[in-house]
Design a binder for this molecule. Structure first.
Ligand code: KG4
Ligand code: ZN
Length: 339
């Protein structure tokens, strides 16, 4: 069965076609980075406007690349949340209209479920149960995944998401947007041990995250550093970036290892935009190998937002007989265990 997956939850207009829940036929992502860059972050109204402009051409391109037309599509899967409501509504209304006009079944999908299941687009897929760490611009969560559609939240961020922290520190350092890749690039020439930024572990055994203290510590450090820059300062901006990145990565890795121990699971999936970070991928792999845990990481194109992961999640809902009707609506907040 061929599923069209659509995601317009943030600043990428995404459409993809996949077959039987894993085989990629096409994947089109129209990024709006150029539009939002000058504001240093995503401007919701502009995102909605760009989605309206892009959605039809993006879906057409996905169909064209796969060499398919309406009649080939078995179902349409669309992200209903969490995300920016105005942005989500563009994808949802498009999907509803398309479903109604072409008589194609429709199913609403949780964006976070999409991120977790993006791993099934890869060759080696994980056995259930596994622990999933989803780290993106909007979310930082640890789940226990027992099967398709069976998710338990083990931990989540109490304030900023990891990607959001990367974006905010990049803004503070005047690097640009989005911050994650820019911090990673700059860190390559910096010393991760140069500054010992705080790592917030919260209470003993807690699998929750908090990045606001780290963000404040970096901001205070940068202010002092700028004031003394003219003096004898051995710390370079790359050292600050590398030390910040190291702190985030340490917290993510320690929490995910603690999660596997708590639930007695030997497979971990890493997903979401921040999973593109090579230092995180490398260090997590090292730690997992030494802990005897199998790590599964999506290829970079499926870490950041895409329609293929939404199609995978939609496929597993459709084969269970789930359908959405034309009352389908956007959900800005949509915890994965409340589906
Ligand atoms: O999953 P995603 O495309 O969108 C959300 O659902 O949020 O993730 C985007 C986030 C941004 O915060 C971006 O800075 C971060 O992923 N990101 C990275 C890297 N590439 C993207 N963070 C750290 N290192 C990277 N290489
Ligand atoms: Zn995302």
């Amino acid at each position: 069965m061929i599923i069209l997956g659509i995601d317009t939850s943030c600043d990428d207009t995404c459409a993809a076609l996949i077959e039987d829940g894993h085989r990629l036929l096409s994947n089109v992502v129209n990024t709006q980075v150029i539009v939002h860059r000058r504001y240093g972050g995503v401007v919701p109204e502009l995102a909605s406007r760009e989605h309206i402009r892009n959605i039809v051409p993006v879906v057409r391109e996905a169909l064209g690349k796969a060499g398919l037309n309406n009649k080939d599509i078995g179902a349409i899967a669309v992200t209903v949340g969490p995300g920016l409501v105005g942005a989500l509504l563009v994808g949802i209304h498009f999907a509803k209209a398309y479903s109604y006009a072409s008589n194609i079944p429709l199913v609403g999908v949780n964006h976070l479920e999409g991120h977790i299941l993006s791993i099934f687009l890869e060759k080696g897929s994980p056995p259930f149960p596994f622990v999933a760490l989803t780290v993106s611009g909007g979310h930082t969560n640890i789940y226990l995944v027992r099967g398709f559609g069976d998710y338990t939240v083990l931990g989540q961020t109490l304030d900023d998401a990891a990607g959001e922290a990367f974006d905010k520190i990049a803004k503070l350092l005047e690097l640009g947007y989005p911050g994650g890749p820019l911090i990673e690039e700059l860190s390559a020439t910096g010393r991760p041990e140069a500054i010992d930024f705080p790592r917030a572990y919260l209470s003993k055994d807690s699998l929750d995250f908090s990045f606001s203290g780290l963000k404040t510590a970096v901001a205070l450090y940068v202010k002092k550093w700028r004031d003394h820059k003219a003096g004898d300062n051995k710390i370079k901006i790359a050292d600050i970036a590398a030390s910040f990145q190291a702190a985030v990565i340490d917290i993510l890795i320690d929490k995910v290892i603690a999660a596997t121990a708590q639930v007695g699971v030997k497979s971990v999936v890493l997903a979401g935009g921040v999973a593109r970070n090579n230092h995180l991928r490398r260090k997590l792999q090292e730690m997992m190998t030494s802990e005897g845990i199998d790590l599964y990481v999506s290829s970079p194109e499926f870490c950041t937002d895409n329609g293929a992961m939404i199609a995978v999640a939609g496929y597993h809902r459709i084969i269970k007989g789930q359908r959405s009707d034309l009352t389908l609506d956007a959900r800005s907040r949509f915890p994965l265990d409340q589906i």
